[in-house]
Design a protein around this ligand. Sequence first.
Ligand code: GLP
Length: 244
Amino acid sequence: MRIIRVAGYEEMSSRAADVIAAQLILDPRSVLGLATGTTPVGAYRLLVEKNRRGEIDFSQVRTYNLDEYRGLSHDDSQSYHYFMADNLFKHVNIDMANTHVPDGSDPDAESACRAYDAMVEEAGYPDLQLLGIGNNGHIGFNEPAEGFPVGTHCVDLTPSTIQANSRLFDDPDDVPRQAYTMGVGTIMKSRRVLVLASGAAKADAVRAMCYGPVVPSCPASALQLHPDCIVIADEAALARCPEE
Ligand code: GLP
């Protein structure tokens, strides 16, 4: 794991956008694994600006998002489909047919998850997987568990994740209780992983991810075993880590 320490959210976003832009410059046909949450929003905004200035081209890029709430249709404003269109896809020259998010509107979890696994496998897995991290160490929606899930699966969200994500909903009761998420195994198959973390609320999770034991009670700790994992985190998120 390479840890890049930055001052705050703006610098984290700018470094992240540079890493993603470099990936697209080196391989305009890249497969990107993308994440939702407030953490990557700044990086997405900078990627939109780079695209508008003609510095990066999304026309041949394919994207695969980590997760989606179960039960939300694509056009639901709380869905991750909607989030991605709103924050990135509709502002850049990507072909929407090349963007993929698990189908939360499919009530058949088994078929939705198998279909998504097949798509990601056929794409050859992401060249670069962008990740945020939950306060409890979750990645995608892989919650602390007894084991590391391999493929896409349906997960029951923990009370702490429901609580953390309720800030984005009008009514906390509206937060879906389940989600479809890529497994830790699929995330580990990406050729490079880029984790972003900002703010004091992430400090325990970041310490466990980078310096704790590799255990499924902190799903992000599996990334210690990834051959090319970059963490860009700010001072507040790194506050409980040793200064190297
Ligand atoms: C959600 C997403 C994760 C994200 C996490 C943290 O649970 N499924 O992919 O990393 O939230 O979100 P935030 O970046 O808003 O702190």
